[in-house]
Design a protein around this ligand. Sequence first.
Ligand SMILES: Nc1ncnc2c1ncn2[C@@H]1O[C@H](COP(=O)(O)OP(=O)(O)OP(=O)(O)O)[C@@H](O)[C@H]1O
Ligand SMILES: [Mg+2]
Length: 232
Amino acid sequence: MSELLTIQALAAGYGGAQVLSDISLNLEAGKSLAVLGRNGAGKTTLLDSIIGVTTYMSGSIHVSGRDITSLSPENRAASGIGWVPQERNIFRSLSVEENLTVTARRGEWTLQRVYAFFPRLEERRRNMGDALSGGEQQMLAIGRALMLNPRLLLLDEPLEGLAPVIADEVMAGLGRLVSGGLSMIVVEQKARKILPLTDYACVIDRGRMAWSGDSASLLQEDGLLDRLMALS
Ligand SMILES: Nc1ncnc2c1ncn2[C@@H]1O[C@H](COP(=O)(O)OP(=O)(O)OP(=O)(O)O)[C@@H](O)[C@H]1O
Ligand SMILES: [Mg+2]
């Protein structure tokens, strides 16, 4: 299996403040990784470092064997890293359809395919971004990222603030993406919801890698998840 993402001994932060220390991880193409950890542990900082908006301090990030450590965020996006931020960041004054098409890149994900994937978005295609519910905004943010046809999709707490029934709908969508072979990193606080979906998991605590391994073993080993999530 070919390595898609390799992070080695990464240290990074914001301005002069270091948040992440000695972070290493690997992800093979077609696999999915859950990033777990408490509030403020450094999960978003890890995704920010992959997309290139943190202060780089040391270590390296390779995507498909290419060192992207010194690439700009634009060039990282162009190299196939798609991102759904924690705050969703949809264009509120554009319609659903404009949101989907404005940054799209050619590939297997087309407007038709995204509408087939999230039929709610097609129903709301002419609505403005700010007229959508939280769940619809999340589907739109995911749909827009898919329209970039990424080789690696990063999602930051996609279930945050969603009503349970909508969260389940978004989860089902993520499950279909994982089984379709899209490589994905999902930051999530709701560990027991996301772990059944992902191949691998890691737990970050105070900016360091506290655990990494198979999602299944993290779920199955008695008390392990609770111990890890209670760190600090
Ligand atoms: N833009 C920023 N400038 C300076 N420090 C920041 C910035 N963003 C985050 N931090 C700090 O970095 C640390 C890690 O924050 P991060 O947002 O990565 O945590 P998180 O694990 O994503 O938390 P949450 O679950 O609450 O989203 C925190 O101490 C936070 O205060
Ligand atoms: Mg965060």
